[in-house]
Design a protein around this ligand. Structure first.
Ligand code: GLC
Length: 643
């Protein structure tokens, strides 16, 4: 059951799509208004866990931490970092009493979960907020009710579940061909290559640098014939440049955010000075979405939206003011100066609103604009994922978790973030596998792949000037081949479980605690996950480890992927040390469940979703299967496989 309680004059975010009744008195929390905003306080019992909060640092259980919902471009992902790129204000308190709470506000909100041992969950919302309280039988039931209330997840095409290679630094068509050639030569599957900002002319959206890519449409077609899609990046800011069609049209029609004087707001991002499209205006959204025609005409079917917090490197409004370390350099990349978010406005529903008060919605509205444009431009599904997001944007696209680094902590955080993202609707998500900043070791990339092969978005991405991170760059290619092949062998399961979750408002990845709520030990586990209905995944997360200790709450079938075949053996409940050589993967099929595995392929087009073998001790598996393109998806596409 869900009830809504409003505090102040709320800005409707569109996050909740289901009709929800207004409640009378907010349960669980005491409410007090103070200088910081409205403060909601709920006592936590000793054994209560706090789940959710999507893209945040620390563990699956959020207890002990402080999290600030204020979308931020920041690559220092450490456990004390309060804000990342998304604002996902839904959490679940599970213990003596279990309920969910969604603080639906586009402005800044601060969550403290037993922070400093306070014994309370405290949420401070700077502006008006609609609080949704979700009550259910258990944490999983609460999560499912919330997913139903916020509407169906974005549904990507089948090829988006393939492996993607990306790097900031691919600068011309030769670089792109080389990636495709070398993956093929190494016998490693590949479904897409991302184009980072260097494909553009002067980093301007909706342009192609004709010197570097003289025949982009030709290249897209050539790659497509090889089973590989090209996926360009699109940044939020529109380059200020005379003659640029998007810039000139945006100015003429009044589609850009305004400064306090009512002029188009100016801020520096990759292209230098830009204007930010005002995604709060429906007409501006329709206009921006329509601009993707430039790309769809070239044959592109997938996109990643970036810098949409929006990221600001410099602005003349804050230049020289406290906190500005740019020295007047418009290309200084010091991260956004918070002050700038007070310096521009939007037009929303006939009113002018200061950006600061609706900041967290900006990136999600960009995703919505793109998706609505692409829905019109393309006949089928498309790949779309964004960096910034708010709950509700999950209906339009997926997200990646931004500029992480090549470290073991980041791999661990990829694991702990996934269930929270799922609870907040972002089923189609994943991290930069191998890490964005810093140099990935062979061992780290292999261990990371052994986990990422289970996440819907599987992309190797890295930053300019770091060690080259393509799988073929490392010695012992067989190990990389093995793990990438595993993804394609698992595809019938991953696709089926993702689609069933999306279509039935369910989670694709869950904490162990959700599957085994009565098991006190399972409730504490932060390094094992349930992936789909059949699997328990326990990745190796430590440097130099030969394997790891796994706790099984129930007897299961152990599956070892050797690189050539799946070896299964029954394993009793309890603790086991499992050896996992690099390049292998070990995971577990739950009691009474089945895992369909396919024959694999060098790209998703080669994978026959119907040709599967069943592993595990269950009797039936409901496989979702379709052409991977069609938009009118439904649970009717499920067929029952029997052992
Ligand atoms: C941002 C993105 C990163 C991208 C870079 C250059 O840092 O998060 O993925 O490579 O910009 O476009």
């Amino acid at each position: 059951m869900i009830r809504r309680y409003t505090f102040g004059e709320v800005f409707e975010t569109g996050a909740v799509t289901e009709q929800v009744d207004e409640g009378r008195a907010l349960p669980y929390f005491t409410v007090r208004a103070d200088a910081a905003g409205t403060r909601f306080t709920c006592p936590l019992g000793e054994g209560d866990a706090v789940y959710g909060l999507g893209e945040t640092m620390r563990g699956i259980d959020k207890r002990g931490g402080r999290y600030v919902s204020f979308n931020t471009d920041n690559m220092r992902h450490e456990d004390d970092m309060p804000s990342l790129y998304g604002a996902h204000n839904f959490c679940i308190v599970a213990g003596a009493r279990t309920f969910g709470a969604f603080f639906d506000t586009p402005a800044r909100a601060v969550f403290e979960a037993d922070y400093g041992g306070s014994g309370v969950l405290s949420v401070v919302c700077e502006r008006a907020v609609a609080v949704y309280i979700v009550e259910g039988e258990c944490a999983e039931d609460v999560a499912r009710q919330f997913l139903r209330a916020i509407g169906r997840s974005y549904i990507p095409p089948l090829w988006a579940f393939g492996f993607g290679q990306s790097r900031w630094g691919y600068k011309n068509e030769r670089d792109i061909r080389r990636v495709a050639d070398r993956y093929a030569a190494a016998g490693m599957p590949l479904d897409y290559i991302c184009l980072d900002i260097d494909y553009m002319r002067g980093y301007a959206d909706f342009t192609v640098d004709a010197r570097r890519f003289p025949d982009m449409a030709g290249l897209v077609g050539e790659m497509r014939a090889r089973g590989i899609r090209l996926v360009p990046i699109v940044d939020a800011g529109i380059k200020i440049e005379a003659g640029d069609a998007a810039y000139e049209e945006g100015v003429r029609r009044g589609y850009f955010c305004k400064n306090k004087e009512g002029e188009d707001f100016r801020a520096a991002v990759w292209p230098g000075m830009t204007h930010f499209p005002d995604f709060f205006q429906a007409e501006a959204r329709a206009w921006f979405g329509g601009l993707y025609k430039f790309y769809t005409d070239l044959g592109f079917e997938g996109f990643w939206n970036d810098m949409n917090e929006p990221a600001i490197f410099y602005s003349e409004y804050t230049a020289g003011k406290r906190g500005d370390r740019s020295g007047g350099d418009p290309l200084y990349r010091g991260g956004a100066f918070l002050e700038d978010y007070r310096n521009f406005t939007h037009r929303a529903g006939g009113r002018t609103v200061n950006h600061w008060n609706v900041h967290n919605l900006y990136g999600g509205l960009m995703t919505r604009a793109s998706a609505e444009g692409l829905d019109k431009l393309l006949g089928g599904r498309y790949l779309l994922f964004s960096r910034a997001s708010y709950i509700g944007a999950h209906r339009y696209g997926g997200i990646w978790t931004g500029d992480n680094s090549s470290s073991w902590l980041m791999l661990r955080r990829n694991v702990t973030m996934m269930p929270g993202l799922n609870m907040c609707g972002f089923l189609f998500s994943g991290a930069d596998t191998g890490g964005f900043v810093g140099n990935a070791s062979r061992e780290l990339l292999l261990r990371w792949l052994a986990f990422s092969v289970f996440t819907p978005l599987l992309r190797n991405h890295s930053c300019k000037l770091t060690r080259r991170q393509e799988c073929y760059r490392f010695r012992g290619k067989r190990d990389f081949r093995s793990l990438l092949a595993l993804r394609y062998r698992l595809l019938p399961y991953i696709y089926s479980e993702f689609m069933k979750a999306a279509l039935s408002a369910d989670l694709y990845i869950r904490p162990l605690a959700f599957g085994y709520p009565a098991d006190a030990r399972a409730r504490k586990i932060e390094d094992e996950l349930l992936v789909g209905d059949s699997l328990l995944v326990a990745p190796v997360l430590e440097k130099g480890a030969r394997g790891r200790t796994v706790y099984l709450p129930a007897p299961m079938t152990q599956v070892r992927w050797t690189g050539e075949r799946f070896e299964t053996s029954p394993l009793s409940a309890g603790e086991h040390f499992v050896e996992v050589p690099l390049g292998q993967a070990v995971f577990f099929i739950r009691e009474g469940k089945l895992l369909p595995v396919g024959r694999g392929g060098m790209c998703t087009a080669e994978v026959d979703l119907a040709a599967v073998e069943l592993l595990g001790d269950g009797t039936e598996y409901a496989q979702y299967i379709d052409d991977g393109v069609t938009r009118d998806v439904s649970l009717q596409n499920v067929r029952i496989l029997r052992r």
